[in-house]
Ligand binder design. Sequence first.
Ligand code: ATP
Ligand code: MG
Ligand code: MG
Length: 473
Amino acid sequence: DAHTKDEIQSFARIFGIETEYGVSVTGSDRPCDAGQTAMMMFQPIVAEARSTNTYIENGSRLYLDVGSHPEYATAEARDPMDALALDAAGELVMRDLALDAQRRLRSIQGAGSTVHVFKNNVDSAGHSFGCHENYLVRRFVPLKTIEQELLPFLITRQLFTGAGRMGEQGFQITQRADFLDEAVSSATTRSRPMVNTRDEPHADPDAFRRLHVIIGDSNRSQWATMMKLATTHLVLCVIEQAGREGKDSGFARFSFADASAANHKVSRDLTGVEASFDMADGTVMEGGAVAIQERYLEIVERFVGQHPEVCSSLPRTDVHEVIRQWRRVIEAFRSGASETFADKVDWLAKRRLFDMLRNRAGSRLSVSKLEQLDMDYHDVANGALYASLCRRGAMRTLVNESQAHEAIDVPPHDTRAALRGRFIQSARSHNAQYSCDWTRLSLTSPNRMDVTLLDPFDAQPSDRFLTILEALQ
Ligand code: ATP
Ligand code: MG
Ligand code: MG
């Protein structure tokens, strides 16, 4: 229809962030494994929803698959700031589930039991888990093109989106580089580098895809969460417009000969300018991740100059400000002053902290102590470190605690998440049984009724939707 046609032509985007959390219990009288802990956290959910898979009032999905990683997937957002607010709400939801489980645990297993919920990507046993970014992209661009032109950007953006990790081999920029070989190396050759092979657009399949980025770290830094979505959006705009016009985006020449090797190099070059890369065209690129980011930025800047309508693609984010911040962070690395971003970039914040502690304690500071602090930084339930950085202004926030609280109950108003949220609020307040997925709302009791929401951009209630709401009264 006409709506979808406009959306195909425009630069509008749908964003979603899925975050898997790691859980553990310390100080308990009896051992409590991660699976048990996660189940304990989800007891109140199961009691109400009769399932470990549910959607909450803000339109987001909260679930526990087999295994021990509770997951929260933000509702569809048109703007990185909305996705950020929903993501921050997710941290609070996880914290509440954890502290509630902790109260129950303490009554049976001793007052010392502490539940940890880590928003990171590697547990203490060395297992890796994910943070997926979802972007709605136009189907007319071949997936292979998107992958090839986006991957060098995704690998090098880790300079400012990496969460940092203290591992056996020292400190590195990303949590995931050591674990993603298969996913990244297959990039330029056969399968899906950074995206799932499943094709589930949760939208009109003829018009759209859902690009499913898996190589990123989970971020505590709100600035990093916002910037990773916003800059990736801009790069995607260039790729889509090139597809529309049948032109070359200019990004293809940044393809690495070996994406996985490049990913490792980026993660281990803390200067951002020293690594050199073997490129797919046989040349060698000097200048580290910074050199590649500079080229992406240059193309994006020129593009936005030529297509000012890109600026209205994000209803609440100033595209020029995103570009300014992007330029500043790259320039900081270029001039050897990356520490000026230690209040915005997770890995730089951690490195500053570790350096400070090392200077104070010298050799008395063990690697295992640093690893422990590293974990604490990511603990959204009982971690002290990150919260204290925010309090002292040593870490910038873009969404304050009360805005994050509000986002637990309030969906974005300009996507179908608004309808899902309204439906859930109404169903819950009338004690009705319901279930959802991204494209469907189902009332299961008192009546069986459902409605399909195929267009993620559409927040207008249909007659069918209103009939269901009325049936609930
Ligand atoms: P998993 O990887 O956990 O098996 P999944 O990736 O298929 O599952 P979910 O965990 O359910 O999916 O999360 C889907 C994410 O995609 C959510 O953040 C949601 O907001 C987002 N999303 C929904 N519809 C679209 C769309 N049409 N385009 C882009 N993103 C979407
Ligand atoms: Mg998921
Ligand atoms: Mg996923």
